[in-house]
Design a protein around this ligand. Structure first.
Ligand SMILES: [Cu+2]
Length: 307
């Protein structure tokens, strides 16, 4: 980034790796400079007032006070700049995160399920269908309660802790939790979203730099909270395909990949993958087979916690 990113580096913001992250960085950077200017300005004003209205100069109190309107103008300017920051930049950026989800055909769809103290990832596999999950089937060897009798679950990929995604493709993560409230935080992607038991909450971002990035839990969720870390690996397309292939083989799939324009091991384009209804829209008949969503309950809009 430019020299403008001086303060972001100073406060320890990790390098940005997502498409929208630069806009967030600019707001953070500008807000800090603006607050710094306000601090200096108000401090100087305070010292000036202390000297100007000292008892030595004004032994008797003046009950009329200052007649100049300069402080009113200054305060109005500050309010105006803050309003522009909020209405002009912060709210549109947030609205794009929660309302403008990417097209199904472009996006990678992953389910992320938090539990004390791990992140599980569920991918649909070559058939593009998420297998049914049932809380009654959860065991140590089946942490997500994947129903092996469901044909759609045969080729599903379940990984613990490490998720791979391709670079320059939007990623939609549908978040849920098995126990308490967690927060799926990707500092390098400038994204964070609560994972709440009983709800499926979508979030999305577009990684633009390959590399390994930490996934942390952003909610104090128990004694092992500090250790609730995962890894998001952003691969180039070839590496991503190789990883996907490896995971499909590990899942014991005999299913032939569906014919599609997409690379062979990737989920085909269809009504199922990427079917995140925009927040507020009524959810139709539980397409992902997620057991932990109440039928008919719309996905909740992510909270504006993307720093
Ligand atoms: Cu947690």
């Amino acid at each position: 980034m430019t020299r403008l990113a001086l303060l972001n580096e100073l406060i320890g913001l990790p390098p940005n790796a997502s498409e929208h992250g630069y806009q967030i960085d600019h707001i953070i950077e500008f807000s800090h400079w603006f607050m710094g200017a306000l601090f200096l300005g108000w401090s100087a004003f305070f010292i000036y007032v202390l000297l100007r209205f000292r008892k030595g100069r004004h032994p008797v109190a003046d009950h009329e006070g200052v007649k100049s309107g300069i402080s009113t103008h200054l305060e109005f300017a500050v309010v105006l700049i803050e309003a522009v920051l909020l209405i002009g930049f912060a709210i549109p950026l947030w609205a794009k995160r929660v309302n403008q989800f990417p097209e199904d055909k472009d996006a990678i769809l992953v389910h992320a399920i938090g539990q004390q103290f791990n992140w599980n990832f569920h991918l649909p596999g070559p058939d593009g269908q998420f297998g049914r999950r049932d809380i009654a089937l959860v065991s140590n060897s089946n942490p997500l309660g994947l129903d092996s009798k469901d044909p759609a679950s045969k080729d599903d990929i379940v990984v613990l802790g490490e998720l791979h995604v391709p670079v320059d493709r939007p990623v939609i993560i549908e978040l849920s939790s098995k126990d308490v409230i967690h927060n799926f935080a990707l500092p390098h992607m400038r994204m964070a979203q609560d994972a709440i038991p009983g709800q499926i909450i979508p979030m999305w971002f577009k990684p633009i730099k390959t590399g390994s990035y930490e996934v942390v839990c952003g909610q104090l969720c128990g004694l092992g909270h500090y250790s609730m870390k995962g890894m998001l690996v952003v691969d180039n397309p070839a590496d991503y395909q190789a990883w996907l292939k490896e995971r499909v083989e590990l899942s014991g799939s005999q299913t032939a990949p569906a014919p599609t324009e997409r690379p062979p091991v990737e989920p085909p384009v269809g009504p199922t993958p990427g079917t995140v209804a925009p927040p507020g829209a009524p959810k139709t008949a539980n397409p992902s087979g997620q057991p932990d969503a109440k039928p008919g309950e719309p996905p909740k809009a992510p909270s504006p916690s993307g720093h």
